[in-house]
Design a protein around this ligand. Structure first.
Ligand SMILES: Nc1ncnc2c1ncn2[C@@H]1O[C@H](COP(=O)(O)OP(=O)(O)OP(=O)(O)O)[C@@H](O)[C@H]1O
Ligand SMILES: [Mg+2]
Length: 222
């Protein structure tokens, strides 16, 4: 599903590379935690997996495609296969919760009653069925994060990338969010969660853990 080969990343204004010679193979259907201290490069690595960032060296392959060779016209197809849960992924504030989630299906050609029932199902899963018609910009931070999660899950993408998905949430809601990711994994998705919170790592039985430190990737729990 994912193959990183000798991936390096150097930001021009930094003396040290953020990533150097990172090799990582993630088979389809794996649940993987990417951990490491703040500034280790977790977000950078996740962003590379949907071509939001490009490596300085090495190659990044996702679902058989070499992202370094992707044509701009192939980008929408890649993005449809990857559900992303990032804290800086903004909702459309003036639109309802329902519309924000539905948008992700509409761009992939979803229409009609199937779209409505799928959106309602996912909005209920994240515990927001009472707020489906509320404007996104009237929700609390944690509620907005759950809308972002619903938006990532609604198209049942084969790959889910989550960057500190529980960062803004109270412990109960955080557990609920992890449960949704585990459920998507049980239904066949490959899931990558970046976090520096050691408490999350114990929540998913059988999950693999890799750690980034000083530019290098270490296998922590195979
Ligand atoms: N666009 C950028 N330009 C310059 N430096 C950057 C850029 N993006 C990230 N960096 C630097 O790369 C390093 C890794 O950042 P990154 O956000 O990937 O870390 P992280 O592991 O996700 O940290 P955190 O746990 O705090 O989210 C940091 O030193 C950061 O300042
Ligand atoms: Mg980060």
């Amino acid at each position: 599903m994912i193959l990183l080969t000798k991936v390096g990343k150097r930001y021009h204004d930094r003396p040290q590379p953020t990533l150097s010679e990172v090799d990582l193979r993630v088979p389809a259907g794996q649940f993987l935690f990417l951990t490491g201290p703040s500034g280790a490069g977790k977000t950078t690595l996740l962003r590379m997996l949907f071509a939001a960032e490009s490596p300085t060296n090495g190659s990044v392959r996702v679902g058989g495609a070499d992202l370094g060779r992707l044509k701009p016209s192939q980008l929408p197809l890649l993005r449809r296969k990857v559900g992303v849960i990032f804290q800086d992924f903004k909702l459309v504030g003036a639109k309802s919760v329902f519309e924000n989630v539905a948008l992700a299906l509409r761009v992939a050609g979803g229409r009609g009653p199937d779209l409505v029932s799928r959106v309602e199902e996912v909005v209920a899963q994240v515990g927001l069925n009472g707020a489906a018609q509320a404007r996104a910009d009237t929700l609390s931070g944690g509620e907005q994060q759950r809308v972002a999660i619903a938006r990532a899950l609604v198209g049942r993408p084969p790959l889910l990338l989550a960057d500190e998905p529980t960062g803004n949430l109270d412990p109960g809601t955080a557990l609920e969010v992890m449960r949704l990711l585990v459920q998507a994994h049980a239904q066949g998705a490959t899931v990558l969660v970046a976090t520096h919170d050691p408490k999350l790592l114990g929540l998913v039985r059988g999950a693999r853990v890799v750690r980034l430190a000083e530019g290098h990737l270490h296998e922590e729990r195979p």
